[in-house]
Design a protein around this ligand. Structure first.
Ligand SMILES: C[S@@+](CC[C@H](N)C(=O)[O-])C[C@H]1O[C@@H](n2cnc3c(N)ncnc32)[C@H](O)[C@@H]1O
Length: 233
């Protein structure tokens, strides 16, 4: 059954694991996350953006890949975990702006950004319609949104024999061992298993004012990139 997302618990969780996040992220993805972020940046950034926002920026790994693709753009990261944001701020020094805030109530004026991105954040969203309408509000008309998310692999045998045991046992056990916070990694594992089908998410995006929504699975659907364009009203 899909678990209800509780924002307060998620904020506590990420403040707790911030110190181990980068290491575990690389280790638990067998190093693939770096390649996924680069592919995501290559497919999302076209070089014409003046301002890019990454929501749930975490320690800034994806924002860094985005900046490399368009060093001219103003780069902004937003997150409600001060500890995660502190790590990002250290990496970027003065090369980016970091704002503490909840992505259900983004602290930005309407029409502020040409591109809004979010990597591995959809599973933390408590109210998807609210989240999408906030992104739409701060995007310029015709601006783009892009998400990178862990999803269920499409191949049934691979899912049953490798991916499911990985999520059930390996992820919570190793994450828990290194961070001392098994319950945090249990949440991450549960949320991947419960994430909506990208097709359902596409329909929701269209309902919430986005056009030209494209779903692009990578590595048999272990991760998926989802794009949309802000439909001018
Ligand atoms: C799985 S991490 C992903 C971090 C980063 N985007 C990455 O790719 O490594 C999810 C991030 O979203 C943030 N987050 C979760 N819910 C949020 C909310 N309601 N508002 C703002 N940030 C949120 C967490 O604090 C955490 O840093």
């Amino acid at each position: 059954m899909k678990k209800r997302v509780d924002r307060k618990n998620i904020q506590i969780l990420f403040n707790r694991i911030a110190g181990h996040y980068d290491f575990l992220n690389t280790f638990l993805s067998f190093g693939f996350e770096k390649r996924w972020r680069i592919q995501f940046a290559e497919m999302s950034v076209n070089g014409s953006e003046r301002a890019i926002l990454d929501v749930g920026v975490g320690t800034g790994k994806t924002l860094n890949a985005l900046r490399e693709k368009n060093p001219e753009a103003v780069i902004v990261g937003c997150d409600f975990s001060e500890k995660m944001l502190g790590k990002a701020q250290k990496k970027f020094s003065t090369a980016g702006f970091f704002v503490t805030g909840d992505f259900h109530e983004l602290p930005f004026a309407p029409n502020s950004f040409d591109l809004v991105t979010g990597s591995f954040v959809l599973r933390s969203v408590e109210n998807m319609s609210r989240f999408l309408s906030e992104i739409k509000r701060i995007l310029r008309p015709g601006g783009r949104v892009a998400f990178l998310e862990l999803t269920r692999p499409r191949n049934f045998l691979f899912f049953k024999l490798i991916y499911q045991p990985y999520l059930r046992f390996y992820l919570p056990a190793i994450g828990g061992l290194v961070s001392g916070r098994r319950e945090s990694y249990q949440f991450l594992s549960d949320s991947i298993r419960g994430f909506d089908d990208p097709i359902d998410f596409k329909i929701l995006m269209e309902k919430n004012g986005f056009d030209s929504v494209i779903i692009h699975p990578l590595m048999n659907g272990i991760v998926t990139i989802i794009y949309g364009e802000n439909r001018p009203e």
